[in-house]
Design a protein around this ligand. Sequence first.
Ligand SMILES: O=C(CO)[C@H](O)[C@H](O)COP(=O)(O)O
Length: 134
Amino acid sequence: MRIAFAADDENETTRAVVAFLEQDHEVVRVGRSDAWPELGAAVGRAVAGGDADFGVAMCWTGTGMSIAANKVPGVRAALAWEAWIAEGARKWNDANVLALSLKRLAPAVAVEVTRTFLSTDADPDEAANIALLD
Ligand SMILES: O=C(CO)[C@H](O)[C@H](O)COP(=O)(O)O
C-alpha cells in the first residue's frame, strides 16, 4: 500500500515506524514544514485526495497531528497508544489516518500499533455509523 507519513521530530520511535512501513509499503513523506498543523493536514490531504491508502502522522503527543488531519474532509484520524485502540479504530471507525506519540511510545509499541492498524479491516456492520460522520 501507499502510506503518507509525516513527523514533526525524528527519534528512535519515528525511525522504527518508518523502517517497519518500508518493509511492505511505499512510504510517501508529505508536508513542507516542521509545523505539526501543516504536517497533519498534509497527511490528511494525501489520504482524502487518494494519493495514499492510509496515513501515519507522528508528533510529540500525536494529538496535534490527529486534530490537523481530522480537519480535512474525508479523514478519520485516530490517536492510538496500544494495539487494541488501533484495532478498534479500524474495525469500528474505519480510521484512515493513524496518529502516534513519538515521545511516549517505545519503538516496539509504536510498530505494533502501526502493524495492527494496517492489518485490521473495517467492520461492514459499522458502515451506517461511519456514514453518519460525513
Ligand atoms: O505534540 C505536538 C503537537 O500536538 C508537538 O509535537 C509539540 O507541541 C512540539 O511541537 P513544537 O515544537 O512545534 O511546539
